[in-house]
Design a protein around this ligand. Structure first.
Ligand SMILES: O=C(O)[C@@H](CO)OP(=O)(O)O
Length: 276
């Protein structure tokens, strides 16, 4: 379990407010609970909607961002409706439905290969808890692949006509990072550098890849990191776009989650415990 960082001392608070004159704000939100989170199925690129609770979670996420006085100027999301709907709810609650929005496959959830559609607990019963944990959370061990004959292969979905993927396809966190990071560098970084506050609505594993980069989390430690559904994670970045440790941040993250911290810890445990 990661521990909460101790609160900043008054001296450090002064430093953090005065030292970083050119701060940049990046807000990350994992989509709210989906119907397959609720049913405890491996989802990946399967395009399932938010559950009723998921809609509520992200309406609240938008309200929290608004209450914090954060005003995003531009937004990015994936090609999957659970994240797109999350973005729409947040923008509606912040009265910002007009800001530019980009949908990019690079922000999609990690493709879960041959596990997509399987019940997580039944997969544990069949392959054992340790193997499933390796597939879920290891850095570079991918789940089994799908081939072009599978309904889960991206070549069978018109929304991925523009991309080329391997005949036998799956993604580990490492290969997910290989497409998240170039997208972050080429599309999000220029916006941050130009002074925009950026909102990203994405997925548990595409966001794990992004925060691994932002927070410099090691390949071993990233296995312990679970991102809760529908909870804004706010980063303040310095001039070099390095995260400035926020008060209340939960180690190893330097950004801070908005909302009731006990409820957030429960959501984190909920994600972790999907394969007990
Ligand atoms: O099924 C999935 O696509 C992901 C996110 O819901 O699950 P996990 O947390 O097991 O990586």
């Amino acid at each position: 379990m990661f521990a909460a960082r101790r609160s900043l001392t008054p001296f450090n608070r002064l430093l953090s407010t005065n030292l970083y004159r050119n701060k940049h704000t990046l807000v990350l939100v994992r989509h709210g609970e989906s119907t397959w989170n609720l049913e405890n199925k491996f989802t990946g690129w399967v395009d399932v909607p938010l559950s009723p609770k998921g809609h509520e979670e992200v309406i609240q996420a938008g309200q929290l961002i608004k209450a914090e006085g954060i005003v995003p100027n531009i937004a990015f999301t994936s090609k999957l409706k659970r994240a797109i709907r999350t973005l729409w709810h947040v923008l509606e609650q912040t009265d910002l439905m007009w800001i530019p929005q980009t949908q990019a496959w690079e922000l999609n959830e990690r493709h879960y290969g041959g596990l997509q559609g399987l019940d997580k607990q039944e997969t544990v019963d069949k392959y054992g808890k340790d193997q499933v944990l390796v597939w879920r959370r290891s850095y570079d061990v991918p789940p089994p692949t799908v081939d072009r004959g599978s309904e889960h292969h991206p070549s069978n979905e018109s929304k991925y006509d523009d991309i080329t993927v391997a005949d036998d396809f799956t993604e580990s966190l490492s290969t997910t990072l290989d497409r998240v990071l170039p997208f972050y560098e080429s599309s999000i970084v220029p916006q941050l550098k130009s002074g925009k506050t950026v909102l990203v609505a994405a997925h548990g594993n595409s966001l794990r890849a992004l925060v691994k980069h932002l927070d410099g989390i090691s390949e071993d430690s990233i296995a312990e990191l679970n991102i809760p559904t529908g909870t804004p994670l706010v980063y303040e970045l310095d001039e070099d776009l390095k995260p400035i440790v926020q008060e209340g941040a939960i180690t190893p993250l330097k950004g801070r989650y908005l909302g009731d911290q006990d409820a957030i810890r429960e959501r984190i445990e909920g994600v972790k415990n999907q394969t007990k």
